[in-house]
Design a protein around this ligand. Structure first.
Ligand SMILES: NC(=O)c1ccc[n+]([C@@H]2O[C@H](COP(=O)([O-])OP(=O)(O)OC[C@H]3O[C@@H](n4cnc5c(N)ncnc54)[C@H](OP(=O)(O)O)[C@@H]3O)[C@@H](O)[C@H]2O)c1
Length: 255
């Protein structure tokens, strides 16, 4: 096994400006992939690209608001023009959509589904068309990895809209895996438990958040790097027999 198992591959990571997406971009780059980092906060993307390039990696920053479906195609065009045919898409961009039902605004509801569901779906469709056209799919290298959540299978407190959006993300993962089985595009999802990032840090620093952590069987949050192996496995060349799989990594938080 080479220490650069993804050498020659081109990966897109959405929501790469912070948290898990930032980590995924580094992990894929460290494994040899050229990486396109997408998000709205371009200053942060530029800083991550500089950090990757400083390590000897190849990366570009591409601004994208995944709510803007019309912008997805041109963003992917920019990736292919600079890095070459895309073979890995990590559909990671996501928003918390938190709030109790009695206080939920239509704007928050719509934004949650526009990012966590619609953005994932049309990002996947855009990637799949290109993976087929470029021959990447035929070569058995096409991977779409959606970042769902344990929220897909559980009702988390105060997060009914987020949970519904992640259940939809998990369902789309299986639906697209089925639809694209024959063209050989592998579509899978990683479903993490709670990891402290900007999406939830405020909550976990409250008394309620600390109480929630004490309620987990291991009384802790998950370390950010725990997802690395699952990501690399699903992106790897040997994973073309894995499709429609939802991998939960939750430290037993839902037991
Ligand atoms: N942390 C956890 O405990 C946990 C658990 C399970 C699943 N997840 C999922 O993991 C993913 C990453 O979350 P995180 O924990 O790393 O949170 P985070 O640090 O808040 O990162 C969210 C990322 O999504 C991007 N994003 C949000 N709206 C976007 C939009 N409209 N267009 C493009 N990018 C957008 C943000 O970038 P910009 O604001 O710069 O656009 C940011 O890079 C999400 O899908 C989340 O649901 C997280």
């Amino acid at each position: 096994m080479t220490d650069k198992p993804l050498a020659g591959r081109v990966a897109v990571v959405t929501g790469a400006s912070s948290g898990l997406g930032r980590r995924f971009a580094h992990v894929l780059s460290d494994a040899g992939a050229a990486v396109a980092l997408m998000a709205r906060r371009t200053d942060r993307l530029d800083a991550e690209v500089a950090a990757i390039v400083a390590k000897g990696g190849k990366a570009v920053a591409i601004p994208l608001d995944v709510q803007d479906v019309e912008a997805i195609g041109p963003a992917f065009d920019a990736v292919e023009a600079t890095l070459g045919p895309i073979s890995i898409l990590v559909n990671n961009a996501g928003v918390g959509g938190d709030g109790m039902a009695m206080d939920m605004s239509v704007e928050t509801f719509d934004q949650t589904f526009a990012v966590n569901v619609r953005g994932v779906y049309f990002g996947a469709v855009e990637a799949a068309k290109r993976m087929i056209a470029s021959g990447v799919a035929e070569a058995g290298e096409a991977r779409i990895i959606n970042i769902a959540s344990i929220a897909a299978f559980n009702q988390l407190p105060g997060l009914s809209v987020y949970c519904a959006s992640k259940a939809a993300c998990a369902s789309l993962t299986k639906g697209l895996a089925r639809e694209w089985a024959r063209p050989r595009i592998a579509v899978n999802a990683i479903c993490p438990g709670y990891i402290e990032t900007e999406i939830n840090a405020d909550w976990f620093h409250t008394e309620g958040g600390q109480k929630q952590i004490k309620g987990f069987p291991r009384r802790r949050l998950i370390d950010e790097d725990v997802l690395d192996e699952a990501l690399l496995m699903l992106a790897g060349r040997r994973a073309h027999f894995i499709t429609g799989t939802l991998i939960s990594i939750d430290d037993g938080q839902t037991l």
